[in-house]
Design a protein around this ligand. Structure first.
Ligand code: ADP
Ligand code: MG
Length: 627
């Protein structure tokens, strides 16, 4: 509990005790009136002050104003009627404050829970110096430093394991509770918890560029992007509150005037009382609070499952997705190619592979990385010059001074080199040396383990259209698409073609349907930002992808797409439940209040009750584990 909350609680207790005393003791009227006034001020002075400030700033129509006018009005009526019963005014203020207290407590609690769920920020990194471990600020660790992570500690910075083996708990990053094995040579991302063995890690990034920092940055900025429902609520509140105040004024004045004209007693006090009740009922706090809280909970729950959503607007859009477009390499497939053949080459296989690995040495494309691995030896970058990567086609450069090109048939066409087609299914990398064809390397990629289930889960979630786009050859594309049960695919696309196609798909959608593009950001960052929702593979994907995407899947697991959609739908459903529930109760009470059926007591109970229920409902958005 914060200091502010403690103070509030003390005020609530004092005011409640005073109220009980005033009702039990039979005090003289003047003393009792003074007692009520003191109680009223104890519990309500901050509301009065805020209301007054609002009036001074010419923005009077807020909740505080409603409460202040209603309670002061009730006191005024009690004085006018000489009833000496100020319980109502004080009680309304008291309940309002209890509601506020509960809300600030619940909101604070759930915010803290969410932040704790994502408590992945490492506090230190261990560096070995002269045989002893020294704790340093992770921010000060340079790239290439060897850090030591002991069992039970968080991996502070991304890197490569150089010594030791262990199991890792990645649940804070991916929601995956099965521990993951790692040993020397493996890449390791920050934010995992080392469970069993001591690991020595050579860092490959600075702390600020490491996975943890990126995630925290994303999550911290998430709430600044407002969804349409949230904007609706703020617009609504701007119109609603003044409308309520003027209606209350009309309710206080018009019926008595009509009665006077009709020759009946005006009954001013009855109508003023009804108008005041009307004000108490009208407080829109349940909506104002519960809706941002629902989104916050939804985003928090999703991130715990390894789905990072960068803002509530994206959460809302995700829930409306009807078309999902996939990039192939690195998204549906692992992007880890194995060399399955070397054909038509005048050179030795190893020689051709070496040339390919050399000319590819600067590319971050999965193909390049796979060729490096197949080559298996250290690359002497000094032998390579003038490298140029043509995205969607391949690379050209000079190796030992001779021009070398490696890429697909588009690249060969561009260079005017006659190439040999390949009959085997796989991605074909043609190589040309000195402007002459030097054969091709066939590589093939494996599908990610659970893509088939992921595609099925998407269909189960009501996704109507699933499309695969790829820069790869037609033969490979049709093979993968058929295998995965994707009925629509487009192959041999340049990065620009992917944007054009996605634009066409966007135009083909109707009404509120949305399109999501899922990619790894290699050659497809423009598409990620063009789609209604860009979903990036976070672990394998490039920084550009994480930057351009609206949603990042931490562990590249395609199953998480359907899960993300289900999480977003649950969250949006909760938001709408709250809007409908709160408005229905409000309008119901407003009508009862205007008719004089609901009094101020009922009004405040309804208000606090609706708010409590709405907040509890909002917190439900956090529970997404078993969706
Ligand atoms: P995808 O759409 O499947 O993700 P890309 O657009 O990244 O594929 O690449 C399309 C094709 O362009 C690849 O299948 C390959 O033939 C060729 N290509 C792209 N980059 C390279 C590279 N660095 N080396 C060789 N070929 C490449
Ligand atoms: Mg790609």
């Amino acid at each position: 509990m914060s200091k502010k909350q403690k103070k509030m609680l003390i005020r609530i207790i004092i005011a409640s005790l005073l109220m009980i005393l005033l009702n039990v003791l039979k005090l003289p009227k003047a003393v009792s009136a003074a007692g009520y006034l003191v109680t009223y001020l104890v519990i309500g002075w901050d509301i009065l002050r805020k209301a007054w400030k609002g009036v001074l700033n010419r923005r009077p129509f807020d909740e505080c104003f409603l409460m202040a006018v209603a309670t002061l009005g009730a006191i005024g009526l009690a004085v006018y009627e000489r009833s000496g019963d100020y319980n109502e005014a004080v009680a309304v203020m008291l309940f309002y404050q209890i509601g506020e207290f509960f809300q600030s407590y619940a909101v604070g609690r759930s915010r803290r829970n969410i932040t704790e769920l994502m408590d992945i920020r490492p506090d230190y990194a261990n560096i070995e110096r002269d045989g002893a471990l020294e704790q340093v600020d992770p921010d000060e660790v340079e790239i290439g430093t060897v850090i030591v992570v002991q069992p039970g500690e968080k991996v502070p910075i991304d890197g490569t394991v150089i010594e030791g083996s262990s199991t890792l708990n990645t649940s804070a990053l991916t929601g995956e509770s099965v521990p993951r094995e790692c040993r020397a040579g493996d890449e390791i991302i920050s934010g995992c918890i080392n469970l069993t063995g001591v690991l020595k890690i050579r860092t490959t990034k600075e702390f600020g560029e490491s996975t943890v920092s990126k995630i925290l940055e994303l999550v911290e900025n998430a709430s600044s992007r407002k969804s349409r429902s949230e904007e609706f609520i703020s617009r609504f509140a701007r119109v609603y509150t003044p409308a309520v105040v003027y209606s209350a004024l009309a309710l206080a004045i018009l019926p008595p005037l009509v009665r006077l004209v009709a020759g009946m007693p005006a009954d001013w006090n009855i109508w003023i009382y009804r108008a005041l009740t009307f004000l108490v009922i009208s407080c829109p706090c349940a909506l104002v609070i519960s809706i941002p809280l629902s989104f916050f909970a939804g985003i928090g729950g999703a991130s715990h499952e390894g789905v990072l959503i960068k803002g509530s607007n994206y959460l809302e859009t995700l829930s409306q997705v009807k078309t999902v477009v996939f990039d192939k390499t690195g998204t549906l497939t692992k992007g880890v190619f194995e060399v399955s053949g070397v054909h038509h080459s005048p050179l030795e296989d190893a020689e051709l592979l070496e040339l390919a690995a050399l000319v590819e040495c600067a590319s971050s494309h999965p193909i390049s990385r796979s060729l490096q691995r197949a080559h298996g030896k250290e690359i002497d970058r000094g032998r390579v010059a003038d490298i140029e990567e043509i995205s969607g086609e391949g690379v050209v450069g000079r190796v030992d001074g001779r021009p070398v090109a490696a890429g697909n048939d588009k690249l060969m066409k561009r260079l005017g080199i006659a190439w040999q087609d390949c009959r085997s299914v796989g991605t074909v990398i043609h190589i040309a040396v000195d402007g002459a064809y030097a054969g091709h390397i066939v590589i093939s990629d494996l599908e990610k383990p659970n893509v088939k289930e992921a595609i099925r889960a998407l269909r189960d979630a009501g996704i109507r259209r699933i499309i695969m786009l790829t820069g790869d050859a037609e033969k490979v594309a049709s093979h993968v698409a058929a295998d995965l049960g994707i009925d629509e695919y487009h192959a041999q696309l340049l990065p620009g073609d992917k944007v054009d196609l996605v634009e066409r798909f966007l135009a083909e959608q109707s009404g509120r349907e949305k399109l999501a593009f899922v990619g790894d950001g290699i050659n497809d960052a423009p598409v990620l930002s063009r789609a209604d929702i860009g979903i990036a593979m976070g672990a394998l994907g490039s920084d550009a992808a994480i930057e351009a995407a609206d949603i990042v899947l931490m562990d590249d697991d395609p199953m998480k797409i359907a899960k993300g959609i289900r999480i977003s739908r649950k969250c949006i459903r909760i938001v709408y439940e709250n809007i409908v529930f709160a408005l229905a109760v409000k309008f119901g009470c407003l009508i009862l209040g205007a008719l004089g059926i609901a009094n101020m007591w009922a009004a405040i109970f309804a208000d606090v009750g609706v708010m409590v229920i709405a907040v509890l409902n909002a917190i439900r958005a956090l529970r997404v584990k078993n969706l």
